[in-house]
Design a protein around this ligand. Structure first.
Ligand SMILES: [Zn+2]
Ligand SMILES: [Zn+2]
Length: 186
């Protein structure tokens, strides 16, 4: 994480917010990036929405692919000013317009072991396998069979389902899920 820096936004807000900047990972998905940025700055999605002068639910909708909401050009510009990440880079965190998305969150455990972030390419509907490891992408935890959380909530890199064994949270690390990813038969 980089040191705090002052946002040089032309915002009419009376207080210039001071924000932590987070560096995007290569191919990081928009929702995963937004979640990291919010946590670094202790912002709820409603709070970030307000800073962007949007309705309270807007950021949570951006983080939820099934909502099919995307920031428009002015919202992207404003988000760029807050995050210090260029508009071009923010746009590159999403699949190209018109791409059919898989709505359940997917994961390649091997990719995650190499760099702990969600890739936008995992949600492209027609790609059911990781193109690097040739493994089937996971969409449920191999231990408790719960669906994976939205990437914006991937704080610990573990399954956070409350339905694990013995009534406790599952906590299976994403890195340990690779055994459930069978190699693709060619
Ligand atoms: Zn992979
Ligand atoms: Zn689990």
């Amino acid at each position: 994480m980089l040191p705090r820096y002052q946002v040089n936004s032309a915002s009419s807000s009376p207080v210039q917010p001071w924000l932590f900047q987070v560096q995007p990972y290569s191919e990081e998905s928009f929702g995963h990036f937004l979640g990291r940025f919010r946590r670094a700055n202790h912002l709820s999605s409603a709070h970030l929405s307000a800073m962007l002068k949007q309705r309270p639910y807007v950021v949570s909708y951006w983080e939820t692919p099934s909502r099919r909401r995307q920031p428009d050009a002015s919202a992207l510009q404003h988000l760029s000013q807050l995050t210090g990440v260029t508009v071009e880079c923010l746009k590159s965190m999403r699949s190209p317009p018109g791409t059919k998305l898989h709505l359940l969150t997917r994961l390649c455990s091997c990719c995650y072991s190499e760099s702990p972030h969600h890739r936008w390419s995992w949600q492209v509907a027609e790609r059911s396998h990781c193109e690097i490891h040739q493994h089937r992408l996971l969409e449920v935890c191999p231990d408790c069979r719960s669906t994976l959380q939205l990437p914006s909530y991937w704080q610990t890199g573990t399954c956070d389902s409350p339905t694990g064994r013995l009534g406790q949270r599952c906590h299976l690390p994403f890195q340990e899920m690779s055994v459930a990813q069978k190699p693709q038969k060619s």
